[in-house]
Design a protein around this ligand. Sequence first.
Ligand SMILES: Nc1ncnc2c1ncn2[C@@H]1O[C@H](COP(=O)(O)OP(=O)(O)OP(=O)(O)O)[C@@H](O)[C@H]1O
Ligand SMILES: [Mg+2]
Length: 398
Amino acid sequence: MSDMLAWMKVKADLLWGIAITVVVGVISVIVAGMIYRKSASRRQLDGVHKDIRAIRAAVQRMREAPPWPERIWGVPIARNRYFTGRRDLLAQLRASLSDRRVVAMYGLGGVGKTQIALEYCFEYGHEYHVVWWVRAEEIPALTMDLAALGSKLGLDDSRGAGATASAAKAWLEQHRDWLLVLDNAQSPSEVAGYIPSVGTGHVIITTRHPDWVDVLPLHVEDMLPEEAVAFLLKRTERVSAGGAPQLTGDLGYLPLALEQAGAYMLATGLSFIDYAALYRQSEAAMMSRGGPLIGYNKTVVTTWGASLEKAVAEAPFARDLLGICAFLAPEDIPTAHLVSAAENEVSFRDAVAALHRYSLVDLEDGALTIHRLVQSVVRGGLNEERTSITMLCIDIPH
Ligand SMILES: Nc1ncnc2c1ncn2[C@@H]1O[C@H](COP(=O)(O)OP(=O)(O)OP(=O)(O)O)[C@@H](O)[C@H]1O
Ligand SMILES: [Mg+2]
């Protein structure tokens, strides 16, 4: 009996022991869970505190940063209500700007660079705090326009426009969300000192000069055939496209030539077919005519004439070289065959470089390409005797 009692006591002790162990275990798990939850929520709380501290610091930084001006819109040119097409280039420009900050749109005079930059300002200007247009063709105008931005920002410097322009540039370097257009820049070296060198604002350069360093180049070429027809219809306020595809092709899909033809047809009432017939009789003469043009004060003939004179001033053989190219098939003219027409190879290479600098010819893999319309304008303006003598000197392969 006593054995039985002893056995039962041991059993009861064992059960108690097990029960106590289980209870202690459960309590430990609950307490551990509570501790864990507490430290997890502690960590969460720390995270929230960290976020609050970061937000406070950002607010403080914003308070200390120079105050934002009112929205500033400095585009002195009206939007072109006849603007047509160029969607690909506008999209490319937008993507390139967010990528590279400074983009140089280059191409032949009259191909539509300025118009694309202008349309970009009107389409995307609302995304910027400051949109400012600078005439970059001549340095005095460039300085004045940049100084005008300085004045607008309250940064007038008593030392003059140059100092105010520098203050504007420094301001741009310290701020973001601005767009600066340097329109019709002649060369990289002329405008380099005016491009804000740091910061995240966007710069669009329009230029005929094809070679830029540290700037993303964007080649602007002729309109697409369907864009050209749509533009001509819009510009002449006509609905029937009869003869327009042929005429736009004759005009090389070049926007300025289309603008001139459109303005002329609007003024004279000529149909597309009649204009095309007249154009074929005298291409160069028609390209020196137009009505009042939208956004451009030169004709195809005068604008390219001015480029050619500049190229000739830099390299005298440029005139003869362009004259020769005007009579050859326009694409991929191998330069090797033309060298013999020049006095020596140096003056030849100088002439190639000068024509390329003004986008009068494209240069790729040692071959020249000339726009068909440039050819006809040059042919129309050439002294025939001079051309034929020069042509005799070309080394035509047999
Ligand atoms: N997309 C377009 N839609 C309608 N018209 C256009 C378009 N692009 C150009 N034009 C017409 O052609 C003219 C010449 O275009 P723009 O001034 O843009 O040429 P550019 O390439 O800047 O020439 P430049 O090298 O001489 O500055 C414009 O004034 C406008 O009338
Ligand atoms: Mg321009």
